[in-house]
Design a protein around this ligand. Structure first.
Ligand SMILES: [Zn+2]
Length: 356
C-alpha cells in the first residue's frame, strides 16, 4: 500500500473508498470515529482520508470550483501525502508500518528504537498513546485541527486503551481521533461507546477486481474469492507468491499430501488456506456452492453425499481451529504444516466415494 499512502490523496488509490469518505465527512458529528469492518478493505486508508479531509485547506464554495475535500492538491494534502503534516499523528505498530506504507519518521520514532529493531512490535504501546494524547492537546500548527489516526485499534492493550479513553471522553478543543479496526469486538466496550461508528463493508466484486487488475494481478477474480472478497488481502497474498493458478491447485495438492508444495507459506497463511479448503469441502459435501475455491478445482472432492465421511472433515476442521490459535508461535512450524496437510489428505480422500 506504499502507493496509496504516497499518493497525495490518501484514499484515492482505493476506488471503493471515495463514496464512504465523502459520506462520513458530511455526516460526522463526533470528535472520535471508529472505522470498522472486515480487514483488507481499507480501514486504514479511510481513516487517513478522513484525517486529510479535515486538514485539507482547499476553500469550499462555487468561487473556488467547489472542490471536494480532501482536494489532493493543497499544501496540507501534500504534507499528509509526504507523511509530514504537523497536525497529523499516525499510530500504527512498528510491525505494520512497512505494509501500510507508513515508515517511521526518524525524529518521531520511539526512544527504545534499538530494542524495537530486534523485533518490531505488533502492539500499540502505551508510551505512543501517551504521546498521542499530549499531541492532541497542543495547538494546531496550520490552524485546522489536530488529528490522531490509530490503527489497528485492537492492538492497544488495556493500559493503552485506558490512557486513550480519558481523552476520548473529553477531547481537547480541536482534536479529532480516528480509530480503525478489523476486530472491534476486541476493543474495550467503553472505547467503542465513545466513538461514532463508521462501518466499511466489502467493496463490490467488479470494483475490487478492477482495482486488483490495475495492480497487475492476473485472474483477479480467483484471488479475490480466495481472500474472501477482501481486495487488499488478495494483493498481499499475491505479493507472498500465491497466485490464482497455485490457489486453484491447492485442493489437488492437499489430496496428494504434497506438503512440500506449500512448505514456504507462512504458517498462519497456510492454516487459513486449509481452513478455507475444509470449509468449501464441507459446502460441496452438503450440496452447496463453495466460497473460496473455483468449483472446478474441487472436482472429485465429495462428489456426492453418499460415502462422504463428514466426521473426517469435521475432525480436520477442529484440528485447524486448534492450530490457528498457536499459528503465531508454533513449536515446530514445518512439522505442524506437514501434519495438517496429511490430515487434509485423509479427510478429502474420505470424501471421495470409491470409483465406479
Ligand atoms: Zn487539500
Amino acid at each position: 500500500m506504499v502507493e496509496a499512502a504516497a499518493n497525495s490523496n490518501a484514499s484515492g488509490a482505493l476506488p471503493w473508498l471515495a463514496a464512504p469518505l465523502q459520506q462520513v465527512l458530511r455526516e460526522q458529528r463526533s470528535h472520535a470515529l471508529l472505522v470498522h469492518g472486515p480487514s483488507g478493505v481499507g480501514q486504514f486508508e479511510l481513516a487517513l482520508g478522513l484525517a486529510q479531509g479535515w486538514l485539507c485547506e482547499a476553500e469550499p464554495g462555487p468561487a473556488h470550483g467547489n472542490p471536494l475535500r480532501p482536494c489532493g492538491r493543497c499544501a496540507a494534502c501534500h504534507l499528509v501525502g509526504a507523511r509530514s503534516h504537523p497536525d497529523l499523528l499516525v499510530l500504527v505498530p512498528e510491525a505494520l508500518r512497512a505494509a501500510l506504507g507508513w515508515e517511521p519518521d526518524t525524529d518521531a520514532d520511539d526512544s527504545n528504537d534499538k530494542a524495537s529493531k530486534a523485533k518490531p512490535s505488533k502492539d500499540i504501546k502505551v508510551e505512543a498513546v501517551r504521546a498521542a494524547v499530549a499531541f492532541a492537546q497542543t495547538t494546531s500548527a496550520r490552524g485546522r485541527c489536530k488529528v490522531v489516526v490509530l490503527h489497528p485499534a485492537e492492538r492497544m492493550n488495556g493500559i493503552s486503551a485506558n490512557t486513550l479513553l480519558k481523552t476520548l471522553e473529553e477531547p481537547p478543543g480541536n482534536a479529532r481521533f480516528v480509530l480503525s479496526s478489523g476486530a472491534p469486538d476486541a476493543l474495550l466496550p467503553t472505547i467503542r461507546s465513545r466513538c461514532q461508528a463508521v462501518t466499511l463493508t466489502l467493496p463490490k466484486t467488479e470494483v475490487a477486481i478492477e482495482w486488483l487488475r490495475s495492480q497487475g494481478i492476473v485472474d483477479a477474480a480467483v484471488l479475490l474469492a480466495a481472500a474472501g472478497g477482501q481486495p487488499q488481502e488478495a494483493l498481499a497474498w499475491s505479493r507472498e507468491g500465491v497466485d490464482a493458478a497455485l490457489w486453484a491447485q491447492l485442493p489437488a495438492l492437499v489430496r496428494r499430501g504434497a506438503s512440500a508444495a506449500v512448505a514456504g507459506w507462512p504458517l498462519p497463511r497456510l492454516i487459513e488456506s486449509l481452513q478455507k479448503l475444509c470449509h468449501d469441502a464441507l459446502c460441496v459435501a452438503a450440496g452447496a456452492a463453495p466460497r473460496y475455491f473455483p468449483i472446478a478445482s474441487l472436482k472429485g472432492v465429495a462428489r456426492n453425499a453418499e460415502g462422504v465421511d463428514m466426521r473426517a472433515l469435521h475432525a480436520w476442521q477442529r484440528e485447524l481451529q486448534r492450530a490457528a490459535r498457536f499459528a503465531e508461535h508454533p513449536w515446530n512450524a514445518g512439522l505442524l504444516a506437514e501434519s495438517l496437510v496429511e490430515q487434509g489428505r485423509f479427510a478429502l480422500e474420505s470424501t471421495t466415494p470409491p470409483g465406479p
